[in-house]
Design a protein around this ligand. Sequence first.
Ligand code: UYC
Length: 229
Amino acid sequence: EKPDIETLRQQLTTGKTQQQYSAIAQLGQAGDSGLACLMDYWREQPQITPSPLLGKIHQALYAAQTPATENFLRNYLPSGLVPLKSDCQVDYQPLAQHLIAQEFLEGDRLSLQKLCEAAGEAAQNRKWLYFSEVDKIPVTDFHTVNTLWLTYSEGKFGYSVQRDLWLAQGKDFSKLWDKIGWRKENNWTRYPNEFIWDLSAPKGHLPLSNQLRGVRTFEAILRHPAWTS
Ligand code: UYC
């Protein structure tokens, strides 16, 4: 039996975080009255700043594709929820689009591509990041990419999430691989089919960093000043 809209509204306004996410998902599937409830909740916010909760509502309204939600998104989110700041003229709009649409595989590929762009011409042409180029990526740009991942993943994905897990494992990469599902029983997870491209993945599973050329690039990402400033 489905809970009614009023119950879900209550759950959204007073529930714990996981219950709020669940209420948003159900309201998004509950037709026009459920969507209206999500749009009311949005309008009642004293201020709009990027958060996984508002990101989840943004995704639900985006997925609904009704005239009312499309109109709402045009009026209230003409330039999205996350400010797409860059200190090196990188356009993060296509990345934002994929993550809003919950297209995590495409978003993942684009994240690596955008980091290469931000790191300069050599990385952009090579199409992968050399470890010594990571510190060329501005703090602002790392913040933008990371905030996009956090906002559109219930706070589950992002470099800062991977960093917290890495610190919690005493900076032991071997333990981290198992924790974030990049290795299982001593076997590397194979790209792309063995990775999990939705929110059923373990915390910190995305975005990926190819380890083919060693751990140094990923380590440089986790040690970037972005996560301590
Ligand atoms: N791949 O195995 N990876 C690729 C991962 C490794 C390999 C891309 C992650 C191990 C090859 C991404 C893991 C390994 C290619 C990732 C992983 C390996 C490739 C696309 C778990 C062999 C094809 C972006 C640690 C033992 C290269 C990119 C090509 C691609 C990510 C092999 C995002 C997290 C050590 C052969 N792997 N990668 O950078 O040219 O190419 O198509 O990490």
